[in-house]
Design a protein around this ligand. Structure first.
Ligand code: ADP
Ligand code: MG
Length: 235
């Protein structure tokens, strides 16, 4: 599955998002309002669980707003020339920490890339974290998340692999749609954000998934032009 949105699609995506976010924020607000009312009207034994629900719904609304803001962020990105495997090494402690809490592990197969890419490091870290967290959420304890880099002629690939629940065909089709989620506490914005980050880097994102076996996300980044021709001359 390859997703490339053209300009018109992107504009309609923004409209879709605006409608979606209104809806998605109203839901938790309605729940919070309902439960606050219940808490005022009834003296109940369930108070603790009501508080819990109210707090969770507020957190959810907050996550939606945060994800949405990252997505809507200015398109002016400050890119720098960096080596992809270095960026992965910098974020991996965060993934290790998450994996530890879940009883899972993280495996890195980083082929040192020879070629620097022009990356917005902050965005690429966010991309790796989002894909990595999805992978972990798809696996039970003992799950293994694998991050890999691969050097190919005119591009560098980042491969994020899990041995989790995988996805059905119909799930795969909706994967990058804003607010599509199969998780109780999900926002459904993570992959929309990933897609827009990859597009801003002129990259491509590819998904292979088998239900019950796992999922592989492959992101390819083009090499900076002069780097590439330089490499040919050097060969
Ligand atoms: P969220 O994580 O909040 O649900 P995302 O946009 O990150 O939102 O992901 C959307 C949906 O895509 C998930 O709810 C899940 O159904 C599916 N998905 C994403 N990554 C994976 C994965 N590695 N394995 C299985 N399903 C996945
Ligand atoms: Mg996610």
């Amino acid at each position: 599955l390859r997703s490339e949105l053209d300009h018109v699609e992107r504009l309609s995506l923004v409209g879709q998002m605006a409608a979606g976010i209104t809806h998605e924020i109203r839901n938790p607000m309605a729940v919070v309002r309902g439960f606050l009312q219940l808490m005022r009207e009834k003296s109940t034994d369930d108070l603790d669980s009501y508080y819990q629900i109210v707090l969770e719904e507020l957190d959810r609304a907050n996550s939606i707003i945060n994800d949405f803001l990252s997505l809507a962020q200015s398109r002016v990105s400050d890119k720098e020339k960096v080596l992809l495997h270095r960026v992965i090494e910098e974020v991996s402690p965060l993934l290790w920490a998450d994996a530890n809490l879940r009883g899972q592990s993280v495996e890195l197969k980083l082929n040192a890339s020879i070629h620097e890419l022009e990356l917005n490091v902050r965005e690429i870290k966010q991309l790796i974290l989002n894909l990595g967290r999805n992978a972990m959420e798809a696996m039970g304890p003992k799950g293994v998340l694998t991050l890999e880099t691969r050097n190919i002629q005119d591009k560098v690939e980042l491969i994020v692999r899990d041995r989790g629940i995988g996805m059905s065909e119909s799930q795969r089709e909706k994967l990058f749609s804003p607010f599509f989620t199969t998780k109780r506490e999900g926002t459904g914005l993570g992959l929309s954000l990933c897609l827009s980050i990859v597009e801003r880097h002129n990259g491509k994102i590819n998904v292979d998934s088998v239900e019950g076996e796992g999922t592989v996300f492959t992101i390819s980044f083009p090499l900076v032009k002069e780097e590439y021709s330089g490499a040919i001359l050097a060969d």
